[in-house]
Every structure is written in C-alpha cells, then in structure tokens.
Design a protein around this ligand. Structure first.
Ligand code: PMP
Length: 401
C-alpha cells in the first residue's frame, strides 16, 4: 500500500536544528530556528509564565474538560484586545471577535480554509521572501492562484516598497494579501507609517483583502501597542480583515500552540454566521483547541500586575536583541569585513537578513558549525556575549574567503 509514496523534501529549519543537535563541535552556534535564547544561550521561560503555570496547575478546582470548539473566551477576548487595542471601536461595536487556534500556523490555516470555502477566494499574495509556510498553508487549503509580491531590495538591503506597490497593483479585486503585522520574517524590515497609509489606500482602491500575520507583537519595538500600529490603522480605515496571532514568541509558549484568529467585520450582524462557519471548520479538523497555553496567556493578560510583568519581559527580550544587533555590526565594522552592515541595526524583531549568499552560508555551516538558513537569515537571539566574537570572525572569513 505504501510502496509508491515518495519521500518529501526536508523542512530546512528543522533539518538544521537536528544537524546542530548532532554536531559535537564545542563552538557550534544555532542561528536558524526562530526561538528566543538568553545570553547564556538557553531557552527562557518568562518568570511570569512560570509562576502562572504553577498557580494554574495547583488550583484544586481545575480540570481537563474540553474547551468549547472556538476556545477559551477569556483568552480570545484578551488576544483580540491586545492586537486591536482596548479602546478599539470595532470591539466596542461588536464588529470584532476571536477564535482560538493552534498557534499562528493554525490561525492561518483556519483563515485560509474559511476564505476558500466560504468566500470562494482562490488568489493569495505573500511577500518575496516570506515565512516559508505561507505558500504551503494556502496551497493545502485549496488556493490555486498563489503569487509573491516583491518586498526586498537585495542590493540596498532594504524594503523594496516601490516594487511591492507595483506588484500589488496587479492583484485582482478580492485577492487575499498576507501582510506581516510587524517584524517581517525573514527580512526584519517593515513599511513605515507613511508606507502603510499608502498601502491602505491601494487596498481600498483595488478591493484587496488584508490578512495580517502577527507572530511577533512586542518583539519589534518592545511595545505591543506600537507593534500593532498597522493593524489598528487598517481597522480605523474601516477594512474587513483577519489577524492571525501567535503567542509562541511573545510569551515563549512555542510548543503550547496558543493562537487566535481575529475577525474584523463592517457590521456586527455578520458575526453569528461567520462564527458558526469557523466553528464547523475547527470541528472537522481537531474538534477543539488545547487549553494549557491559552489559560496562561489569558490569566497574564487579564491580571494587571501579571500583564505589567509580561511587558517588562518583552522589553528584556527585545532589548537583548537590539544589543546583539549593535554588537554584531560593530564587530564586523571593526574587522573591516567588506560590505555595509548598517542594515543589521536597522532591521527589527528576531531576525536579520544578513545578505550573506548561499556559498558563504555553506562555509559558516561546514567550516564553523554556525547554522543558519541558506537565504542568509539569522536569528539574532542565537547570538550572545559568549559567541558573538566567534560568529563575527566566521562571517568575516566567509565573506573574505
Ligand atoms: N507567521 C510567521 C511570520 C512566523 O514567523 C511564524 C513562526 N515562525 C508563524 C507565523 C507561526 O508560528 P506558530 O505556529 O509557532 O505560532
């Protein structure tokens, strides 16, 4: 029965992580997977998350009953508020609601399924480059017209806004356009406020559907409100849209799969039907979501002292990343490594799109045991005061070699 099944391609980021684990070199460095690391190179359970999980686990009245199909209300309401703002007119008018999903990936998948099956959408555009899973999720959902829009100017190592706009001008009315809400993965380069305004004008004129992928709220600037600026601007302009939220990075809850799909409508009257169809989609896929991560996020966001502590931890993470950006740039400049390295500090969020090419990446992996994606994307959190000299010297050698 299985004899004709062809082996599929490896998933680069997980293959690199495995290769890193198998590598016995003492100086090995993992700059591939997008996960936060402390300055000691360790995963970080946010202190407020640790205390909250202990308090939830020790609640004698707690149990493991099923959640409703669309998840924990206190979580979806808090998540929707986090991205749209507590004073959001859309929330006040009952035009916005959330459904719990299997982290950000699950939010994207449920969004894609809904758009395809309920709204007959077939055309999707994602940035080039983007998070590699965007294509797969929408193709698996049945979208048959998948396109990329230009986003990155490799020679100047910055956002290619002119060509982004030129490509989106070609999109047909109704096309679903995936936008990274902040801290674009992999380039770390976001549109400015003025550019977002221009995009909103284009989306309105061309009747494009904005689907915001929000996997890094808080990671870009350290301030979740700031990082939601683009989403809130589009909502304020009256768009109907989706936001796919992940709590993997900003709560450090990677494996707990806490996510939310926020739906913004023009009118509260469509809520019951849309909500019911999302419910049926989830029912057919996994019936109901896991509770663990959602309970933690809910308790933290809904308790002012805990929420404040979480905001402090976000600052800790984003400022460590900024320090590493400055340090890497400084070291490459001091070494006289050919090229300009200002983009490393100009980019925001977890990643830097270094501009290293595929053969330079090979040198880093094979000769220096430094693991990164072949596009040259590095996870800044993999750098720390203990390995940054080694990494900078290796990059210097790969570039000059
Ligand atoms: N979107 C983007 C842009 C991402 O980088 C990620 C995580 N790598 C996700 C969505 C989804 O992540 P998760 O499913 O772990 O929440």
């Amino acid at each position: 029965i299985y004899a004709n099944v062809q082996k599929g391609p490896a998933i680069e980021v997980f293959a690199l992580t495995q290769a890193f684990k198998d590598d016995t070199h003492p100086n090995k460095v993992n700059l591939s997977v997008g996960a936060y690391r402390t300055d000691a190179g360790e995963p970080w359970v946010l202190p407020v998350v640790r205390r909250t999980e202990i308090s939830i686990a020790s609640d004698e009245k707690g149990n493991h009953e099923y959640l409703p199909v669309t998840g924990l209300d206190t979580f979806t309401n808090a998540a929707t508020q986090l991205v749209l703002g507590s004073d959001s007119p859309a929330i006040k008018a009952n035009r916005a609601f959330g459904v719990q999903t299997i982290s950000g990936t699950g939010a994207l998948r449920i969004a894609a399924d809904f758009l395809h099956t309920q709204l007959n959408r077939n055309v999707v555009y994602y940035s080039n480059p983007t998070w590699e899973n965007h294509h797969k999720i929408f193709a698996d959902s049945g979208f048959t017209s998948l396109h990329s829009y230009r986003y990155w100017d490799q020679s100047n190592r910055q956002l290619d806004f002119k060509n982004m706009v030129a490509d989106l001008e070609q999109a047909p009315p109704g096309a679903v356009i995936i936008l990274h809400a902040c801290a674009h993965n992999p380039t770390g380069s976001d549109p400015t406020h003025e550019q977002w305004k221009e995009l909103a004008e284009l989306f309105e004129r061309k009747k494009l559907f904005p689907l915001f992928d929000s996997a890094y709220q808080g990671f870009a600037s350290g301030d979740p409100d700031n990082d939601a600026w683009a989403v809130r601007y589009f909502v304020q302009k009256g768009f109907e849209l989706f936001v796919c939220q992940s709590f993997a990075k900003n709560f450090g809850l990677y494996c707990e799969r806490a996510g939310n799909l926020t739906v913004v409508q023009a009118d509260a009257s469509t809520k019951a039907a849309v909500h019911s169809q999302l419910t049926l989609l989830i029912r057919g896929q996994y019936s109901n979501p896991p509770a663990y991560g959602a309970r933690i996020v809910s308790k933290v966001l809904n308790t002012p002292e805990l929420r404040k502590e979480w905001m402090d931890s976000i600052q800790t993470m984003s400022s460590r990343i900024r320090q590493m950006r400055a340090a890497l740039r400084e070291k490459l400049v001091a070494l006289g490594t050919p090229g300009t390295w200002d983009h490393i500090v100009g980019q925001i969020g977890m990643f830097s799109y270094t501009g290293l090419n595929e053969s330079q990446v090979k040198v880093l992996i094979n000769d220096y045991h430094i693991y990164l994606l072949k596009t040259g994307r590095i996870n800044m959190c993999g750098l720390n005061t203990g390995n940054i000299d080694y990494v900078a010297k290796a990059i210097h050698a790969a570039v000059t070699g």
